[in-house]
Design a binder for this molecule. Structure first.
Ligand code: ADP
Ligand code: ADP
Length: 223
């Protein structure tokens, strides 16, 4: 049974732009799916629909709710890590808990430290974001997204703002994390090479002049 299903999903913006048309996709538990396509093909729109930031104009998105009781539905990693500069790395990871009060923060501190260990940031728990490289800052963003053990990790061009070397390293790190955790990941990117390296499946959105493109679904073998 899929964790998330897109059933004939469409999004037409006011003014008539057809951003997403008849999009169909089932995402299985533990799958790493990349959604790839050039600028303007509707990737950000799709993400906004998943997050509930924009209403659909057609179809449905269904989430299977047999999630473990404690876990959140989605965790989000943005193109910019959006860290609070005056907070330590540990406090940045704990932001989602802090918003739920001091008691929750205390309960989650152990988990936050575990995630920092997993991401190679143990020695930086007390540092501030400006002391970290871009790649390390993005790792803090990933730790924060994983804090409440979301059913699905959504990543929107998470390496978009990084230089090529950092990008390659973080791609490998992400693969390692995924192999340990087998979390369901939806990874949005315009980079086909990143998509192919990381994914079980690549969904290609191909825009055509004057209309929305076809959606090509490619299943990749994993070594
Ligand atoms: P991508 O993320 O792949 O670059 P988007 O989802 O941002 O694509 O955009 C898909 C199409 O929808 C584009 O033609 C874009 O101009 C249009 N679009 C995006 N957001 C809006 C909006 N809020 N209002 C109107 N048109 C939009
Ligand atoms: P990105 O693809 O980098 O995530 P955006 O989603 O912000 O960038 O924008 C993608 C495209 O959608 C751009 O061409 C932008 O001009 C267009 N767009 C974004 N918001 C609107 C809007 N409110 N109305 C019309 N076009 C929009």
């Amino acid at each position: 049974e899929p964790v998330m299903s897109f059933d004939h999903v469409s999004k037409h913006y006011r003014g008539g732009t057809v951003a997403v048309e008849d999009f169909h996709l089932d995402i299985a538990d533990g799958e790493f799916v990349s959604i790839v396509g050039p600028s303007g093909c509707g990737k950000s729109t799709l993400l906004k629909l998943i997050m509930g930031l924009e209403p659909l104009t057609g179809g449905r998105i269904e989430y299977r709710a047999q999630a473990r009781k404690e876990s959140a539905m989605t965790g989000m990693v943005f193109q910019q890590p959006l860290l609070l500069p005056w907070n330590t790395v540990l406090d940045n990871v704990l932001v989602p808990s802090t918003l739920q009060g001091r008691a929750q923060r205390r309960r989650d501190e152990g988990r936050a430290r575990e995630l920092l260990d997993m991401l190679g940031l143990t020695d930086f728990a007390g540092s501030h974001p400006y002391e970290l490289s871009g790649g390390m800052q993005q790792r803090v963003g990933i730790a924060r997204a994983l804090l409440h053990d979301p059913r699905i990790l959504l990543m929107d061009e998470p390496f978009g703002a990084l230089d090529a070397m950092t990008r390659d390293q973080l791609t490998l790190d992400l693969l390692e994390i995924w192999e340990r955790d087998r979390k369901t990941v939806v990874f949005i990117t315009h980079s086909i090479s990143e998509a192919v390296l990381l994914s079980d499946r690549v969904v290609v959105m191909t825009p055509r002049p004057g209309r929305v493109g076809d959606v090509v679904d490619i299943t990749l073998p994993r070594p």
